[in-house]
Design a protein around this ligand. Structure first.
Ligand SMILES: Nc1ncnc2c1ncn2[C@@H]1O[C@H](COP(=O)(O)OP(=O)(O)O)[C@@H](O)[C@H]1O
Ligand SMILES: [Mg+2]
Length: 262
């Protein structure tokens, strides 16, 4: 397994009139991510931590080749998002709350559907399905329409489907958002299993405790910029209290000062 490298990516969106109103700005362009770089290593969980609107989802969508950064590139092992986006897609599993499962279909049907899209052979599909459905307790609900499942079971189904091709690189955008503690725990336990299997795992979150419990390395992103990027212990030691929350608030405050809000 090789590193996943995000190399100096910048992504600018043009805002519609309505978005300009919502964002309370008169500028047409929004720099969502600015000259951002980091490396995630096999056998580690990398956490991208930042407040809402910081640019986490934009970064992860760039890795997943769903959007193309204006500049920079991402290397997933030997595949580059610029030269071989299909190679990148084959290697990664991507989970995002922005992609909703079609409510009318069952987990069983959807799993098979996405597995076939990935070109997985039929026997292998059933084998993967059995493992993942059992792992997440989806087996009892495999024929229930997604629309009738609980939030937690929907999320677990999304996770199982994102891992259908047994990817070596797992990219999860806010994986525990809106989940009850037990479901959240089963998700983070599974991410640890993937880490222990030597995979490269990247999660985004705005929740400090997720980073503290789960991540080996953390990048703190604010206003599209990487403010700190290091092992969790090094990052904590940036404040004399050794408390991640204090480090985070110091950085948020500094950023507000830079914007002239204080
Ligand atoms: N498709 C888009 N069009 C315009 N602006 C966008 C688009 N996607 C994201 N943005 C803006 O870019 C910024 C970063 O968004 P995002 O990456 O979703 O942040 P996060 O995931 O950290 O909450 C926000 O200001 C958001 O409004
Ligand atoms: Mg987001």
């Amino acid at each position: 397994m090789e590193n996943l490298e995000v190399i100096n990516i910048t992504k600018t969106f043009s805002l519609s009139k309505k978005q300009q109103r919502i964002e309370k700005t008169k500028t047409k362009l929004k720099v969502a991510v600015k000259e951002l770089s980091f490396t995630a290593y096999p056998g580690e969980i990398y956490g991208l931590l930042g407040p809402n609107g910081a640019g986490k989802t934009t970064t992860l969508r760039s890795i997943a080749t769903l959007i193309k950064p204006d500049t920079g590139e991402i290397k997933v092992g030997d595949a580059s998002t610029l030269k071989d986006p299909n190679g990148v897609r084959a290697k990664i599993g991507f989970l995002t709350s922005e992609l909703k499962l079609e409510e009318h279909f069952s987990p069983n049907y959807l799993f098979t559907y996405f597995a076939r899209l990935h070109g997985i052979v039929e026997e292998k599909i059933e084998e993967r399905k059995e493992i993942l459905f059992k792992k997440f307790g989806i087996d009892k609900f495999s024929e229930v329409k997604v629309g009738e499942l609980s939030t937690g079971m929907k999320q677990k189904t999304s996770i199982a489907i994102s891992l259908v091709h047994d990817p070596d690189y797992v990219i999860f955008d806010e994986p525990t958002n809106g989940l009850d503690v037990l479901t959240a725990r089963s998700v983070t336990d599974y991410l640890e299993e993937l880490k222990n299997a030597g995979k490269v795992v990247i999660v985004s979150t705005h929740i400090l405790s997720v980073v503290e419990k789960l991540c080996d390395r953390v990048g703190i992103i604010i206003d599209g910029e990487m403010k700190v990027n290091d092992t969790i212990n090094k990052v904590k030691s940036l404040d004399e209290t050794g408390n991640l929350e204090n480090v985070f608030f110091n950085l948020v405050e500094e950023a507000a000062q830079l914007r002239g809000e204080f």
